[in-house]
Design a protein around this ligand. Structure first.
Ligand code: ARG
Ligand code: MN
Ligand code: MN
Length: 328
């Protein structure tokens, strides 16, 4: 009994250090995959984001950055559609590979950044993360709720179904995975499932500051949980992120996007983030592609603590300033 007690304490300690305190090092993982939808080009997302200077930008922050390069996804000769769903086996395989890669990056103690690729990759990314950190919470920033099923999907594409797959697949395996927040258009099913959701109208009404306050309170007030941020670049207004497959007018402003990521960074709980749906082939010009990719870099860097002035957010400096203000 005593031995079992000690062992389980030891395992608990290991588990909690794996899933907390994760700003020591960053792992970057490219996932050049596009078969969660039918348009070509989104597999070049990781290269476009790296070419826009991601690694250099992250290196200016305070911790070591490990670029693990791109996963290599094999092409399957035979991958017949399932109902309307194209490439079901390719998506399954890619996500299995990604799940393992994300899982081992998290287990090694890195805050992990997954560069997509299309948003079907969140299935594997969240699964790999959840295996290590079963009590994670998920923040989904997107112009779409991605909660279609093969029956309800207008396109059949799996990148519009990732959240549905997570709920279905993971609810038995990872029972605690009930803490979701989606920042995206309203959907009745989200309400029915008790998933908190903020639409652009909510953001207009409440302001992004209040929206993030309520979101983080909902997810973290009872318990500090590791955060999985799944950021679809199409959440940003198409004037800022034109090179993407399913743009929607009236998206987030630059400052709203950065506010979201700053607030997530400030929790100190970001554990894994996905940055998906940058499609360099769909940009109308080279400039459109560069603008989109460099916005992706800004979003990632800000999630990892880059201040608006460029350097890391100096926590101690902020504290000191506050104290001095109090003394005055
Ligand atoms: N990850 C994305 N960009 N998803 C777009 C989904 C679009 C549409 N709702 C569909 O199911 O096909
Ligand atoms: Mn989307
Ligand atoms: Mn999406």
């Amino acid at each position: 009994m005593a031995l079992r007690g000690t062992l389980s304490r030891l395992l608990r300690t290991q588990f909690s250090t794996t899933c907390q305190n994760r700003t020591h090092s960053v792992a970057v993982l490219g996932a050049p995959f596009s078969k969660g939808q039918k348009r070509r080009g989104v597999e070049h997302g990781p290269k476009a984001i790296r070419d826009a200077g991601l690694i250099e930008r992250l290196s200016n922050l305070d911790y070591p950055v490990h670029d693990f390069g791109d996963l290599s996804f094999q092409n399957l000769d035979k991958d017949e559609p399932y109902m309307q769903v194209p490439f079901p086996r390719s998506v399954g395989r890619a996500n299995k590979l990604l799940s393992e890669a994300v899982g081992s990056a998290v287990a090694s103690g890195h805050t992990t950044v997954m560069l997509g690729g299309d948003h079907s990759l969140a299935i594997g990314s969240v699964e790999g993360h959840a295996r290590q950190c079963p009590d994670l919470c998920l923040i989904w920033v997107d112009a779409h709720a991605d909660i279609n099923t093969p029956l309800t999907s207008p396109s059949g594409n799996l990148h519009g179904q990732s959240v549905a797959f997570m709920l279905k697949e993971l609810q038995n395996k990872v029972r605690q995975l009930t803490h979701f927040t989606v920042l995206s258009p309203h959907s009745d099913i989200l309400k029915e499932l008790g998933i908190q959701c903020f639409t652009m109208r909510d953001i207009d009404r409440l302001g992004i500051q209040r929206v993030m306050e309520v979101t983080l309170d909902h997810l973290l007030s009872r318990k500090q949980r590791p955060i999985h941020l799944s950021f679809d670049i199409d959440a940003m207004d198409p004037s800022l992120a034109p090179a993407t497959g399913t743009p929607v007018n009236g998206g987030l402003t630059y400052r709203e996007g950065i506010w979201i990521t700053e607030e997530i960074h400030n929790t100190g709980l970001l554990s894994v983030m996905d940055l998906v749906e940058v499609n360099p082939v769909l940009g109308a010009s080279r400039e459109a592609v560069e603008v989109t990719a460099s916005l992706a870099v800004d979003i990632i860097a800000s999630s990892l603590g880059q201040s608006r002035q460029g350097g890391p957010i100096a926590q101690t400096q902020t504290l000191k300033d506050d104290t001095e203000q109090l003394r005055l």
